[in-house]
Design a protein around this ligand. Structure first.
Ligand SMILES: [Zn+2]
Ligand SMILES: [Zn+2]
Ligand SMILES: [Zn+2]
Length: 98
């Protein structure tokens, strides 16, 4: 599932445009907004992809920490879960510099 950051309507993983407001989800899905924020934040160097316990094998295979400019796009295209990919990005902050 992709959630629109503008109107919070949920659209399927392969939707390009929000079913609620027609925004381009490649730019305005909640995950697209999140990764953009992390890429613009100099304190974030690494981004973690977090996966739910009951996620499909494809999503589990892509769980991990990536350099912020080389993070796979969410939702995972090969997801087979019946609710779709619910993975999300988490910033990996450098705790040495508060
Ligand atoms: Zn929308
Ligand atoms: Zn996923
Ligand atoms: Zn999946």
């Amino acid at each position: 599932m992709q959630t629109c950051s503008r109107c919070y309507t949920q659209s399927s993983d392969n939707a390009i445009f929000c079913t609620g407001c027609q925004s381009d989800l490649r730019e305005f899905s909640s995950t697209a907004i999140a990764i953009k924020e992390f890429q613009n934040n100099p304190r974030v160097e690494l981004v973690r992809i977090s996966v739910y316990q009951d996620a499909c094998p494809e999503c589990h295979a892509h769980q991990g920490t990536y350099p912020k400019n080389a993070v796979p796009r969410l939702p995972h295209s090969g997801c087979s879960h019946n609710e779709g990919c619910r993975c999300f990005y988490e910033p990996f902050l450098d705790v040495l510099y508060p």
